[in-house]
Design a protein around this ligand. Structure first.
Ligand code: CTP
Length: 406
């Protein structure tokens, strides 16, 4: 218990200690559950706290928030509540039993005891509870989670687990790669059957997208994505998610933002598949643009790398694209010339502006209107292509443009 306390960040410690007091002095049947017990055993520092209460979780959350001066929200469908204190959040759930009316549906729940609450969970290593009363409580471990932790195994609790909730397949791979564990042979078999029975398609795009974000936020996001492809899980979400070449190029790179990971996933897709993937995952508009622009850029690679292409032409192509898609392409392209030109665009050419401004053009007697923008663009192109290099050159060029009359 002291080891867990030591790993609990400052802001959460007051909640943890209050829960312990309520459990010891008032016999409140509250337990630490799930990932925190797993991480405490593995001596990984605890990031947040999940409690299960055999009783009314929203009422306990209200009491805790009141005593510690925090806020709380209640999710009545599942009898769960979240307390917010000092920028941290703590989930308290009512111990419950779950049943799924069809594969991939949201579960029907009813309040129950701790045994049922542990039995509804995904993997043995996440189905342990730690009573909060006393100084040396014993971990409650009905499914052999401690042994699986020491053997490094990810194991579902029952054969319908993935069919009930196919997002657990992605969770299995996340834990496997994060912890350096192995998924047991039986669990892999269940996983394969869940895919071949098509249960993945029963899960909404929003839920899959949320699970994908959780993959993206992992330190080992790239190996996780590669493994998800190898196992056919991503392909189950969308049939075009099969090409791992760009993702493979990200191996060994660090601090890869989600938008770059999405970009690598779609790098070798065609635009019809890209659009339907965005729809399948109900992607927000910024990611939809990343998908679209990554694919567009993929189709324009040869124009950008052409030996005689003008810099102004490269900029005309790239100005229309999301910078995130360009940055991502730099990360995974295997074409040095393309990479060099994209980097120069991002660092240098993109920011370059002519010496004369719109006001200068007005002062020179050019009437306001779209023509000003057109001339400014022509000045920038001339500067990029080395045709002008100072304000005098630009004035001469403007004279020529005016004479040309366009
Ligand atoms: N859980 C589950 N099935 C899911 C999601 C969650 O059984 N599809 C259970 C697991 O027991 C899990 C707990 O709910 O441990 C809390 O879920 P979550 O916060 O997602 O997982 P953590 O174990 O805390 O994992 P992480 O370290 O990734 O936050």
């Amino acid at each position: 218990m002291d080891r867990i306390s030591a790993g609990v960040p400052g802001g959460l410690l007051s909640v943890f200690n209050l829960m312990r007091r309520l459990a010891s002095e008032k016999n409140v049947p509250v337990f630490l559950v799930g990932g925190q017990v797993r991480d405490a055993v593995l001596e990984i520092s605890v990031r947040d706290l999940d409690f299960v209460l055999v009783g009314d979780a929203p009422a306990l959350a209200a009491d805790i928030a009141d005593r510690l001066g925090g806020q709380f929200t209640v999710h009545s469908r599942f009898g769960t509540a979240t307390v917010y204190i000092e920028g941290y959040h703590v989930d308290i759930v009512t111990a419950r039993k779950e049943s799924y009316s069809f594969p991939g549906s949201l579960p029907e729940t009813s309040p129950s005891d701790l045994d049922d609450d542990l039995a509804r969970r995904d993997f043995s290593i996440n189905a342990m509870a730690l009573p909060l009363s006393g100084n040396n409580p014993k971990i409650i471990d009905p499914f052999g989670g401690l042994k699986d932790l020491s053997d490094g195994l990810i194991r579902v609790l029952h054969s319908d687990s993935f069919a009930d909730d196919p997002t657990r397949m992605m969770r299995a791979v996340r834990y496997e790669q994060r912890l350096g564990f192995n998924i047991t042979v039986d669990t892999l078999l269940e996983l394969g059957q869940t895919i071949s029975r098509g249960h993945i398609s029963a899960v909404s795009g929003d839920r899959w997208r949320q699970e994908l974000y959780r993959v993206f936020w992992e330190y080992e996001s790239v190996p996780i994505l590669i493994r998800l492809m190898q196992l056919g899980i991503l392909q189950g979400i969308h049939p075009a998610l099969t090409d791992a070449r760009a993702v493979n190029k990200l191996l060994g790179q660090s601090e890869i933002p989600s938008s770059h990971l999405i970009s690598a996933l779609v790098a070798n897709m065609n635009s019809v598949d890209g659009d339907s993937l965005s729809q399948r995952l109900n992607m927000p508009s910024d990611l939809t643009r990343i998908v679209r622009d990554t694919i567009t850029l993929g189709g324009l690679k040869s124009s950008i790398s052409a030996p005689d292409v003008k810099i102004s032409e490269i900029c005309r192509i790239l100005d229309a694209l999301e910078p995130g898609a360009i940055e991502a392409t730099v990360r995974f392209t295997s074409e040095p010339l393309l990479s060099e030109r994209l980097i120069r665009y991002l660092r240098e050419w993109r920011q370059l502006r002519g010496f004369l401004t719109g006001d200068d053009l007005l002062d020179m007697g050019i009437p306001s209107g779209p023509r000003i923008g057109k001339i400014l663009r022509e000045l920038r192109s001339a500067l990029l292509d080395g045709l002008v290099s100072n304000m005098a050159d630009e004035r001469t060029l403007i004279g020529e443009i005016i004479q040309r009359g366009d």
